[in-house]
Design a protein around this ligand. Structure first.
Ligand code: ISL
Ligand code: CA
Length: 544
């Protein structure tokens, strides 16, 4: 049918994020790699996903684990070779799995040839970045860095360069047409190799409107000069028109500090910019403006936020975890008595919402935060920088330790647990980051053998979604309920589903609609018909 052949491939896709460093190590050096990913393609196929999003595998000195790129057209030798990458693309293709690459274009590594030439004084390359003189002994402006501290670092020549992330990540100057040419050329290079799209890192901050001082802000002074600027929209529109639209791409942008209205501008179909946007409001439900300062998590707020985004966006990019966030069972579920039930509930919720669902490696096992015993065990540059900032605030070690361990990005970066052996089947060597002790029971091998495991629940849920027009394409409507229970319908032409999510650890009386329970995370005999059990998830079908 004409309609289905012109339909965009990603509209019904389920996407699996791989953080290559932590996924699977093929050669015993303790670092995950591309041959390791290739060896697990059958596993991913069996899970039922349609595409993988690969966190960066480009050449990089690795200060931000690849989000600091030193050569966009080469592969980091820690991860393998270009031949390995090409093999990953072709093997995936044979299995019907698309490959979406991460693209980091707000900044490069300071070890990128462009920056090195700029430092050496080459006038052409100095214009690729932002070099400015200090103002009477002070920094060029008062902007802050996302990783804590200031956004400027002094060079040996006495001037400064801008970096919104670490000092190893100088920001590119998107006012320069040469930068546009270089980066679009890189996009083409990869699309010609057969990849299916990009996840664009911090895309809504790439274009700086001015370098003037910002309004003082406790988290990020300066952001009004670079968040969602008109120049950014122009750039994205041109990427789309001149590059992406020539291929059958899926482009999802990571957009920081984004509101639903601004996200609409970036992703509404008729504006021809991005296909989808990652937002953060639900991730920040328990933070006081900065993620390091936490407040109590309230499921009712979480539900309210999800509902708002469901109502606003054409295609929400739904996710509960990624490589920058703590594990979802720790965040929104329960790691004690209800670990298994809550992991299954979160799975059900993520796959029941309208939009494109993303899962992050290990989420399908119910993996938990890292069990680090101290700051020494951490590897993340952000955690180091924040530790320095907290020191400047004169916080004592025990307080810094508590704050950082519960929030560090390394919580999600511990190696994937494939089996219960010493290296968890991830490596035969010394892993780059500590493996969780709960690998003894949270692992692919044992969960594959247990029919009622979280992993098998994911498989069933993915299968269910794939066969449900209502879940894939249906409309969404929230139904009145106690505020910490999420009830909504998904409805297509001949199917209406009622989705029930009890996000609390107690029984919840609710009103039941529909005719027949067709899916649930509680077994048939355990289910009650008068209330929802702790973390219960169920789908009820109704004839229309
Ligand atoms: O985790 C965060 C900081 O506490 C986020 O604000 C994060 O820095 C932001 O989402 C941008 O993340 C992306 O760009 C960073 C990189 O370190 C992250 O891994 C990436 O997802 C810089 O490239
Ligand atoms: Ca390796």
């Amino acid at each position: 049918m004409a309609a289905s052949s012109t339909k965009k491939w990603w509209k019904n896709a389920i996407i699996y994020q791989i953080y290559p460093r932590s996924f699977c190590d093929s050669n015993g050096d303790g670092i995950g790699d591309i041959p390791g990913i290739i060896s697990k393609l059958p596993y991913l196929k069996d899970l039922g996903i349609d595409a993988i999003w690969l966190s960066p595998v480009y050449s990089s000195p690795g200060y931000d684990n690849g989000y600091d790129i030193s050569d966009y057209k080469n592969i980091n030798p820690e991860f393998g070779t270009m031949e390995d990458m090409e093999r990953l693309i072709s093997r995936s293709k044979r299995l019907g799995i698309k490959v979406v690459m991460d693209l980091v274009i707000n900044h490069t590594s300071d070890e990128h040839e462009w920056f090195q030439k700029a430092l050496a004084g080459d006038p052409k390359y100095r214009e690729y970045y932002y070099f400015r003189d200090g103002k009477g002994g002070r920094l060029p402006n008062n902007w802050g860095s996302f990783f804590g501290g200031r956004a400027w670092t002094k060079t040996d020549n006495g001037d400064y360069y801008l970096h919104l992330f670490s000092k190893k990540q100088p920001d590119l100057n998107w006012h320069n047409p040469d930068v546009y040419k270089e980066i679009t050329d890189i996009m083409q290079f990869w699309l010609d190799k057969g990849i299916a799209g990009f996840r664009c890192d911090v895309i809504n901050i790439i274009y700086k409107e001015s370098l003037a001082d910002g309004k003082r802000h406790f988290a990020l002074t300066g952001k009004e000069h670079y968040l969602n600027t008109d120049g950014c929209h122009d750039l994205i529109r041109r990427f789309n028109e001149e590059v992406w639209s020539k291929y059958k791409t899926f482009i999802v942008g990571e957009a920081v500090f984004i509101t639903p209205d601004k996200a609409k501008l970036l992703s509404d179909e008729d504006r021809k910019e991005l296909d989808a946007v990652f937002f953060f409001e639900h991730m920040d439900v328990d933070s006081r403006g900065i993620k390091w300062f936490k407040k109590k998590y309230h499921p009712s707020k979480f539900i309210k936020i999800l509902d708002k985004w469901q109502e606003t966006l054409d295609v929400p990019a739904n996710y509960l975890e990624n490589h920058d966030q703590i594990r979802s069972v720790n965040h929104f579920g329960n790691t004690g008595k209800y670990w298994e039930k809550s992991a299954k509930l979160l799975c059900g919720l993520n796959f029941s919402l309208r939009g494109v669902p993303f899962i992050y490696e290990g989420e399908e096992l119910g993996m938990t935060n890292g069990d680090f015993s101290g700051l020494r065990e951490l590897r993340d540059i952000e955690s180091f920088n924040i530790n320095q900032s907290l020191k400047r605030l004169l916080l004592v070690h025990s307080v810094r330790r508590r704050i950082i361990l519960r929030t560090t990005r390394d919580n999600a970066r511990t190696p994937v647990q494939w089996d219960s052996s010493e290296g968890a089947g991830f490596t035969t060597g010394q892993p780059w980051l500590k493996i969780n002790a709960n690998k003894s029971y949270i692992n692919v091998e044992s969960e594959s053998q247990d029919e009622n495991s979280i992993l098998n629940f994911y498989k069933k849920m993915i299968e269910f979604r794939k066969n449900s027009q209502a879940l894939q394409e249906g409309s969404y409507r929230r139904i009145a309920s106690p505020s910490d229970v999420y009830i909504f319908t998904r409805e297509s032409t001949d199917e209406r589903l009622y989705i029930y999510c009890n996000l609390t650890s107690i029984n919840r009386a609710v009103e039941f609609y529909g005719d027949k329970v067709i899916f649930s995370n509680y077994g048939d005999n355990e289910r009650e018909d008068f209330y929802l059990k702790p973390y219960e998830y169920r789908i009820v079908a109704s004839n229309i």
